[in-house]
Design a protein around this ligand. Structure first.
Ligand SMILES: Cc1cc2nc3c(=O)[nH]c(=O)nc-3n(C[C@H](O)[C@H](O)[C@H](O)COP(=O)(O)OP(=O)(O)OC[C@H]3O[C@@H](n4cnc5c(N)ncnc54)[C@H](O)[C@@H]3O)c2cc1C
Length: 420
């Protein structure tokens, strides 16, 4: 297959999840002639392939789909429109020659190492889960401690039940979804333990995955020790004080054979780091302009590799745009340079993109640091909007119109989200 492979593309997309497929379609729509998607797994679809629960596509398709159904709709379009998809192909590097042409280095299970030329590249590698090592839980190292996403893959794709009495640390969406999934598979979920005083998952998941199944969530609580020699036997949990320090005098032991970790996701940016693309320390993803272009000209980013998204519909909208700009780039269309820096102000953890241009409409995604109910969102002196509530787990999407930016004469536009 590699022998007959085209080695020169207009746009190459790294990663075949929803972001990668959306970017490929966007590039084609913008006039790129030959588009290639490189995917390290045996098939395209990304994280959606293991998410067999419903809840995808409510905004984009106005329908409730499962993850594989959502992926299938895009894959069908990708195949229909003759976009090349190369599975089992791991991108190991990217280089740019003196003419600005990108050389994408890829390792394929059958063909070995190959180099593919592209005028533009879209990074869509998704994210990975934080592990026990990233929060250093003390104790022994028995079997039975694993990330919630791995448990999801084992249950939904491999048909293995990782344990019978399960505790979950962290209230991210994957942990909440797995609490319900494992209960339905006959395991007992003894509780979800969350360090913060609020859940880190979507409200709808707290209700549908915990409350509906009488699974308790213990807020302001963490795991302080892991017990067991070969297999996990128990965990010790303790409430935390206002500085998030465990109160060990109030600690208690919880017997369990499995501990799932749902403690956050990290954009998978080794490739971007390796080639010196500028990263945002808050999002963990590349710093991008309003065309979703990274600091390396002609290299774009979208989806979870850019910033962790809560719903896939936003991933699709963002990746269609990123792909569109990458497609334009391959046709040598260059947009004017952005002139406005977007600055996260009061209670705003980050904004993406990082800069704006006054010549067109923009969609800005942001997350808050703290829950506020109700909230007032202010964009410089240009607009104000009241929101019913804002929470760190839910991304906020905001449209900024060119007429608004026409009235702005500075170069730094601050977004604040305060109590209303
Ligand atoms: C457990 C879970 C439950 C979710 N539930 C919902 C829900 O109910 N509703 C909803 O709307 N959203 C949900 N989401 C969110 C949504 O699924 C994600 O935001 C979305 O899948 C992210 O898309 P992506 O393409 O950026 O990343 P991914 O889906 O992770 O795709 C990235 C792809 O890139 C590939 N890749 C990585 N590195 C390389 C490389 N070097 N070379 C080649 N390929 C590479 C990976 O193999 C992967 O296929 C959920 C997410 C998770 C994790």
């Amino acid at each position: 297959m590699f022998g007959r492979m085209n080695r020169r593309y207009d746009t190459v997309v790294v990663g075949g999840g929803p972001a990668g497929m959306g970017a490929a379609l966007g590039a084609l729509d913008a006039g790129a002639g030959k588009v290639l998607v490189l995917e390290r797994d045996g098939e395209a679809g990304g994280i959606l392939n293991q998410c067999i629960h419903a809840g995808f596509g409510l905004q984009y398709f106005r329908e409730e789909l499962t993850g594989p159904e959502y992926a299938e709709r895009f894959l069908a379009q990708v195949i229909d429109r003759d976009i090349d998809v190369m599975p089992s192909s791991y991108v190991t590097g990217l280089a740019v020659d003196s003419e600005g042409t990108k050389q994408v280095r890829v390792l394929n299970e059958r063909a070995g190492l190959a180099s593919i030329e592209a005028a533009s590249v879209v990074l869509a590698m998704g994210c990975r889960e934080r592990t026990r090592g990233s929060i250093r839980i003390p104790g022994t190292r028995p079997a039975g401690v694993l990330t919630a996403g791995l448990a999801q893959k084992l249950v939904n794709q491999k048909g293995y039940l990782p344990g019978k009495r399960v505790a979950i640390l962290g209230s991210g969406d994957i942990g909440l979804i797995m609490a319900r999934r494992l209960t339905l598979e006959g395991a007992e979920v003894v509780g979800v333990f969350e360090l913060m005083p609020y859940s880190n998952g979507l409200n709808r998941n707290v209700v549908q995955c915990l409350d509906d199944y009488d699974i308790p969530m213990h807020l302001s609580t963490t795991v302080v020790e892991i017990h067991g020699r070969d297999r996990l036997e128990a965990i010790t949990v303790a409430p935390v004080d206002a500085h998030l320090q465990p109160q060990l005098d109030k600690a208690r032991k919880v017997p369990c054979d499995t501990l799932l970790l749902s403690i956050g996701l990290i954009p998978d940016n080794e490739l971007a780091r390796q080639i010196g693309i500028q990263l945002d320390p808050v999002t963990g993803g590349p710093v991008v302009s309003s065309t979703l272009e990274t600091s390396l000209p002609g290299v774009f980013a979208c989806g979870n590799v850019l910033h962790v998204h809560d719903v896939v519909d936003y991933v699709t909208a963002e990746s269609l745009r990123a792909g569109g700009f990458a497609g334009e780039w391959s046709r040598e269309i260059r947009r004017p340079k952005d002139s406005i820096q977007l600055v996260p102000g009061n209670n705003v953890r980050y904004c993406v993109p990082h800069t704006l241009s006054p010549d067109r409409e923009h969609t800005v995604f942001m997350r808050v640091k703290q829950r506020v109910e109700p909230a007032r969102l202010r964009v410089g002196g240009l607009m104000e909007k009241t929101l019913r509530f804002v929470i760190p787990a839910e991304m906020i999407s905001l449209k900024i119109q060119p007429e608004m930016l026409d009235r702005f004469h500075g170069d730094r536009l601050t977004i604040d989200i305060d109590p209303a």
